[in-house]
Ligand binder design. Sequence first.
Ligand SMILES: CCCCCCCC/C=C\CCCCCCCC(=O)SCCNC(=O)CCNC(=O)[C@H](O)C(C)(C)COP(=O)(O)OP(=O)(O)OC[C@H]1O[C@@H](n2cnc3c(N)ncnc32)[C@H](O)[C@@H]1OP(=O)(O)O
Length: 255
Amino acid sequence: MLGHIARRLGSNGLKGISPQQLLPKETHRHLQSSLDTIRPISTVSLWPFSSQPRDFSQPNSSWSPEMQKVYDHYYALCDTDTENGEGKKRPWRKLPSYNRSIKYATGGIHLSKLIQAKARLFTRNVKEQGATFEYVVFVNKEEKRCVCVFQAGRLLEGAPGHVHGGAIATMIDTVTGTLAGFLSGPIMTANLNIDYRSPMPLDSVVLIHSALDRIERRKTYITSKVTSTDESKLYTEATALFVSISVGHLFGSRN
Ligand SMILES: CCCCCCCC/C=C\CCCCCCCC(=O)SCCNC(=O)CCNC(=O)[C@H](O)C(C)(C)COP(=O)(O)OP(=O)(O)OC[C@H]1O[C@@H](n2cnc3c(N)ncnc32)[C@H](O)[C@@H]1OP(=O)(O)O
């Protein structure tokens, strides 16, 4: 999470040099205070600036009827805004998905232009819609679980005609990491265990169900399984451990 900042600061043999030495004083102060405000997504409600980052998990023309149908199902279970401004309380919430994780920080949309401006979130960097990762995450805060609807595009081939195990791992890391971040704030993946149970054909639409197992001190344990949309077929099972970090961890300091 936000690893590109650390990589940026750690690349070019810069290890040991503090961000203060790399960035103008004012920029560094602004960056540090903004990163200090990274919160669990569950508490992010109002964006502090007028410009909205683009939400990459909105329906688009590459979505199959099956993907759209499952999206519609979960979207109907989500909190809604009514005309008089009173939202209808429902258990599910659709999470937005930006092309840089720093955009979750206060002022992040501006900082994203300053820090490694060309960095992009791995799963959101392909121009052709539908070619790789099409996905949307719905979270149920009360039940501490989420469901991701994932359509695996044709450029994700591993075994002939089937989805690459690394692409499946990427999605499991993304979804379990999103849930852990939602529940626990800034985290990084410490451990990911995956059992691949049956091959997933390209262009499949699948559900990635993830749930909190337990939280122990800085450790958030998440379980996950990938199924067909009717849940009759099991593709993958996984467990993941996320460790809470301070932002300083990304700059090489001890917690
Ligand atoms: C920032 C915003 C967040 C919220 C908003 C979300 C926005 C969503 C945005 C976009 C969605 C996309 C989401 C993507 C998600 C993907 C995330 C990644 O892929 S992260 C990249 C891969 N991971 C690494 O590169 C880590 C490298 N490792 C480390 O940096 C460290 O090892 C770290 C942080 C994991 C732990 O280091 P220590 O020094 O801080 O802590 P120590 O003391 O070692 O461990 C703490 C506890 O954890 C256990 N632990 C650590 N590693 C373990 C392991 N591998 N297995 C088992 N236990 C482990 C230890 O035994 C200890 O346990 P005891 O508290 O003593 O009981």
